[in-house]
Structures are given as structure tokens and as C-alpha cells.
Design a protein around this ligand. Sequence first.
Ligand code: ZN
Length: 196
Amino acid sequence: LPPMNSFERLLEDNKAWAAAQVKEDPDFFSRLENLQTPEFLWIGCSDSRVPANEITNTKPGEIFVHRNVANLVVNGDINLLSVLQYSVEVLKVKHIIVVGHYGCGGIQAAMTNKSFGVLNNWLRNIKDVYRLHQAEVDALPTVEEKNSRMTELNVYEQVLNLAKTGIVQSAWKNEQRPYLHGWVYSLKNGILKSIL
Ligand code: ZN
């Protein structure tokens, strides 16, 4: 075989994956093509080590996914709000899960005074989380412990941000849905922990 570029490998592996799906379940694609009814909206970090479907052992069609740096729910982020509105009002998801992860580069960056260019604007949202919980975080002895606690507190604050959106408020008023959850994923052992 000739040597393949890394991006060509993705296309080749895609063909093999599609063939394997059909072999296992001949109706796999026709069923998915005609119906998208995920029960969950996942708001996670863009980090390549935290893929929603893979770590929950779910299949295409089961989770509607939005990812950004450090899994933030920012009021005025038209991208997130569009995903939220579509999943709540059209797909009618039952659960929205904000998923952070220990060892998050976004949290680590926000906890320094370094400049990261345009990313600074985004990280300011995490600095606000720190400001709200500064006494608790500052009392922790090591940088690693501070960042780990900040990961949890960030998830907690983003779930509160979700609850404050008009989209979630009106769904709660009219349909007693969706349930909001906050989870933190460990890169060390692959386990998702529910914190909210
Ligand atoms: Zn991250």
C-alpha cells in the first residue's frame, strides 16, 4: 500500500466504518436518514479526548451535540442558543447535560494571567466563575486542585446559565422539560461523574 496522509486515512476509515454498519444492520442509514429523535443535548468541551458518543457508548442519532472551549453557556452566543432552541423546541430533548473534564486546557488558561489573543474574550467567562467562587478556590493548596475544583464549579455555573435562558424557562413552564445535568469527565479513568 502507498503511504497515506493522515487526512486520507479519515476518508478510508469512514468507508470501512460505513460498510461495517450496514453489515451489522442493513437499515442503519435509512432509519437515521428519516428520523432524528435524540433524547439528550450534550454541551461539552471541544477537547478531542472527550467525544460524546464514544465515552457514553451511544450511536449516531442518540445525542445532539454542541461543543466549545471549556463547555460554556454564554448568553448572547448565537451558536449555542440556536442549538439549544432547536434541540428543546423541535427535537424536544428530555435532558441537557453540561459536561466538563478535569485537565481542561480552557480552565487552565483562564486561571493564568497570560494572554491568548482572541481566546481571552472567551476565557473571561471562566474568570467570572472564579470571581464568584474565589474564596473556596483560593483555599485549595495546589494548582491542580484549584483547576479541578474550577472545572466542577464551571459546570455548575454553566447549568445555572442554561436555566436562565428564555428557551429553557418557557419549556419548563409549558412542558416540565428538560432536565438539566452537570457532569465531569476524568481523562485519567474515563469515568463521568454527576455533580448536579
Ligand atoms: Zn476542555
